[in-house]
Design a protein around this ligand. Structure first.
Ligand code: GUN
Length: 295
């Protein structure tokens, strides 16, 4: 029997509906959760992402705005914008869209954001909190979304072997931290594989939960997957396809059709992990707003 599909569109919609309900509870208390996205330069892909984040905020009854700055903006100017947003009580979440132009030090920008408004979960304070299992942490949206896909799909994680392909700062490393914690959607035994891992398949074949986040189109084949494993595909890769209207199509890091035949559950690309990222961004923002009430 082919694997059950994990429907990221449907699960993201449920998360967004919960966020909207939480925002509606805060509104009578005069608190409208607000996300400000800062976009530097005119990268067309970033412009699309940013527009969808703003729209998602509005759909959840939240305030969403984008500050668009020219590609010539200096690092000092960008830091001054962040300082202003840090000080603005109507702004609960700040997201600086990456990548920023090369003359700007992205890490310096991330470090300038108030960790309490860092709804991207990129600040070192939040990275540290994720690692120690602090419940106040803002976890990066993609790995947090993967964890919600697992819990919402009723997948038992406790005691399971989780193998993560990729050690990036925004997916692989925080994913490992989230899955190794004690608690719901966690308690896994975690292995992180990367470009220097020897005999990759010997690791992936042990995985009860296999998470591919390496950015290599269709790298994970059926023979790398243990029968019955849960396969989560974080990859979003463009591959040339002359038969497609745009001349390309989007594929994940997993060879979907053949892996589907051996896995028990699998996320499609698109429609799996992707929609969860914005949903978790909204969830982090509403939580950042709520936390201002108890501070
Ligand atoms: N660029 C692509 N994805 C993201 C994201 O999740 N956050 C930020 N800040 N920039 C991105």
């Amino acid at each position: 029997m082919p694997a059950e599909l994990i429907d990221g569109v449907a699960i993201a919609a449920r998360v967004r509906a919960r966020v909207a309900a939480e925002a509606a509870v805060l509104a009578p208390r005069g608190l409208v959760p607000g996300l400000t996205v800062v976009l530097v330069g005119d990268d067309p892909a970033s412009a699309v992402y940013v527009a969808s984040k703003e729209k998602a905020c509005h759909e959840a009854g939240m305030r969403g705005e984008t500050i668009r700055l020219p590609a010539t903006t200096t690092e000092a100017e960008l830091l001054a914008v962040i300082d202003r947003l840090n000080a603005d009580p109507a702004v609960h979440g700040i997201l600086v869209q990456m990548p920023v132009p090369r003359h700007i030090d992205a890490q310096a920008v991330i470090r300038r954001i108030d960790p309490a408004k860092d709804v991207d979960g990129f600040h070192p304070v939040n990275a540290g909190k994720v690692l120690i299992g602090d419940p106040d942490a803002f976890a990066p949206c993609t790995p947090a979304g993967v964890q919600v896909l697992l819990t919402e799909s009723g997948i038992e994680t406790a005691g399971k072997e989780a193998v993560i392909l990729g050690r990036s700062t925004i997916v692989g490393k925080p994913m490992a931290a989230l899955l190794m914690q004690a608690g719901r959607g966690a308690d896994c035994t975690v292995t992180v594989c990367h470009s220097r891992t020897r005999d990759l398949a010997s690791h992936t074949r042990r995985a009860d939960i296999l998470i591919a986040a390496i950015g290599k189109p269709e790298m994970v084949t059926a023979e790398m997957v243990k029968p019955g494993a849960v396969v989560i595909d974080v990859g979003i890769n463009r591959v040339e396809d002359p038969t497609a209207k745009q001349g390309y199509r989007i594929v994940g890091d997993v060879r979907f059709e053949e892996v589907r035949a051996v896995a028990s559950h699998i996320t499609p690309v698109p429609g799996g992990v992707g929609p969860m990222t914005i949903a978790m961004l909204l969830a982090n923002t509403v939580r950042a707003a709520r936390l201002t009430l108890v501070r």
